[in-house]
Design a protein around this ligand. Structure first.
Ligand code: HEM
Length: 501
């Protein structure tokens, strides 16, 4: 009897343990999407997903079809891959699918910023007022001034500017766009040369943070990198602090508007500093990489380059410098560039790969366009990855991996908006900016900024690939799902300022 009691006790523990485990282990219920938990307990498919999200989802789609639930690090994500069924998810009038709480968790982890009530709304209302319409026209002028400063220097171009310079195309685009975008939105001091130098230094740190970013989000950094990320966060909080801002002129109305809201809300000053970092990240992380792809596609497609140059000459006339210091540029021309618009839309189709995530607030019925319905559990996440399900769908975009500069042009030269899937007209035929409540509020500004840059390049500069036969580099697979993709390696090019009056 004495011997029996420990054995019985152990048996009891094992049986209870097994019972608990079987309750914890998730099984597919009737009417739920196919469930793929992977082999690793809790982790599920996390490692394969993080290594190459695009290939992983392609495999899952081939295995399960348009809807499937996968386990990723203890969480269950239902991916919906049929764009004809996106409507109810994106519109979700009953607010069963939440974006804000999900975003709050992310910015707390990555930027140590804890948003207060109303911040999401103020970001969108400030952007509607200052990054679109009349507000955007004022900001375009600031962007042009900043691009002139960054690309021509504080004293105008030096005599050597007309000689050939060799550089890395990705770094060049990212650095120019970052500095010009940062100065336009975050303002100047009285010393422009110093501002330029500060922006250059900030870019170096930004790029370092950017490189660590995907693995940071996935909690895959080594101990040294964790420390480095902490230091970088601290540096950005300091460099973008409200205190430093006091010394600046011309902070954009966009940022000013949002900071005023935070002040009125009596948000802690350190949180205001962190908010600035979030805005720097959101506003500068994608424009430079997108411009890299745009210029590279143009350099690889002489017909496209010719069409853009001809359009630029038509709407902007001859390139000249104002007071030998800045680009003379008629900003209203930005409204009359259908060819460049198509180039940018095509570039974004090929390079922008956001993931749209919504947290299911209560049990939800997912209604597909086919009429099929699926039960999705409260607490799970619904995710869209339009790069694979829309941008690369050959039914919607024939030869989807090929850059076709006129893909978004009608034969009469107007913007093409009619695209079809399975013979049905499709509303979401590209989604570089996300959609619904989380749509990028800076999209009009981003497009203007990138277009001004590309137009300056084709009008004012000669530029060419060092090796014209160099292939377009593959996309860095670790960055899928994080906005604009980046190349796996650099591309060398050379450029010079065209001689002019
Ligand atoms: C090529 C350039 C850009 C691309 C491809 C892009 C793309 C996106 C995407 C996909 C989202 C939504 C993310 C989600 O659903 O979770 C987003 C959010 C955001 N973007 Fe952009 N963006 C670009 C440039 C800009 C610029 C220039 C600004 C500001 C000046 C900006 C400001 C923001 C902000 C503040 C958010 C967060 C919105 C929210 O919390 O609801 N973006 N962007």
């Amino acid at each position: 009897m004495v011997l029996c009691s420990p054995v019985l006790g152990a048996l009891l523990i094992i049986v209870t343990g097994c019972l608990c485990l079987s309750m914890m282990v998730r099984h597919r219920r009737p009417q739920e999407p196919p469930l793929d938990k992977g082999f690793m307990p809790w982790l599920g498919h996390a490692m394969t997903f993080r290594k190459n999200m695009f290939e992983f989802l392609k495999g899952m789609m081939a295995k399960h079809g348009d809807v499937f639930t996968v386990q990723l690090g203890g969480q269950y994500f239902t991916f919906v891959m049929d764009p004809l069924s996106f409507g109810p998810i994106i519109k979700d009038t009953k607010k069963t699918l939440d974006f804000i709480k999900y975003a709050q968790e992310l910015v707390l982890k990555v930027f140590r910023y804890k948003p207060t009530d109303g911040v999401h709304q103020i970001i969108h209302s400030a952007s509607t007022k200052h990054l679109m319409g009349q507000g955007l026209e004022n900001l375009n002028k600031a962007v042009l001034d900043s691009l002139s400063l960054v690309m021509l220097g504080p004293k105008g171009p030096s005599p050597s500017a007309s000689s050939w310079h060799e550089a890395h195309l990705f770094h060049f685009c990212y650095s120019v766009l970052f500095k010009a975008g940062y100065l336009s939105l975050f303002g100047y001091t009285k010393d422009k040369a110093q501002d330029l130098q500060d922006a250059e230094e900030l870019f170096t740190k930004f790029r370092r943070f950017d490189l660590l970013f995907p693995r940071f989000v996935y909690s895959l950094l080594g101990p040294r990198e964790w420390i480095e990320v902490g230091q970088l966060q601290h540096l950005f909080h300091q460099r973008l602090s409200v205190e430093q801002n006091l010394e600046k002129d011309g902070i954009s109305n966009w940022l000013g508007h949002m900071l005023q809201f935070l002040r009125e809300q009596k948000t802690d000053v350190c949180m205001q500093d962190r908010f600035n970092f979030v805005m720097l990240w959101a506003s500068q992380g994608n424009t430079g990489p997108t411009c890299f792809w745009a210029l590279l596609f143009l350099l690889k497609d002489q017909k496209a380059m010719k069409a853009v140059k001809e359009e630029a000459a038509r709407v902007l006339g001859e390139a000249r410098l104002e007071d030998k210091m800045s680009f003379a540029f008629t900003l209203s021309a930005l409204k009359c560039t259908p060819v460049l618009d198509s180039v940018m839309e095509e570039t974004l189709r090929l390079s922008a790969s956001p993931t749209l995530v919504r947290v299911v607030q209560k049990d939800y019925v997912l209604k597909m366009a086919s009429g099929q319905e699926y039960q999705i559990r409260c607490g799970d996440k619904i995710a869209l990855f339009p790069y694979l399900s829309v941008h690369m769908d050959p039914d919607i975009h024939p030869e989807p991996t090929t850059f076709k500069y006129n893909r978004f042009l009608n034969p009469d030269g107007t913007r093409k908006v009619d695209f079809y899937k399975s013979g049905k007209k499709i509303h979401y035929y590209t989604m570089p900016w996300g959609s619904g409540v989380s749509i990028c509020p800076g999209r009009f500004f981003a497009l203007s900024e990138m277009k001004i840059f590309v137009l300056i390049m084709v009008m004012y500069f000669d530029f060419e690939l060092v090796d014209p036969d160099v292939p377009v580099p593959p996309i860095d697979p670790r960055r899928w799902g994080f906005g604009t993709s980046q190349p796996s390696h650099e591309v060398r090019f050379r450029y010079r300022l065209k001689p002019m009056q």
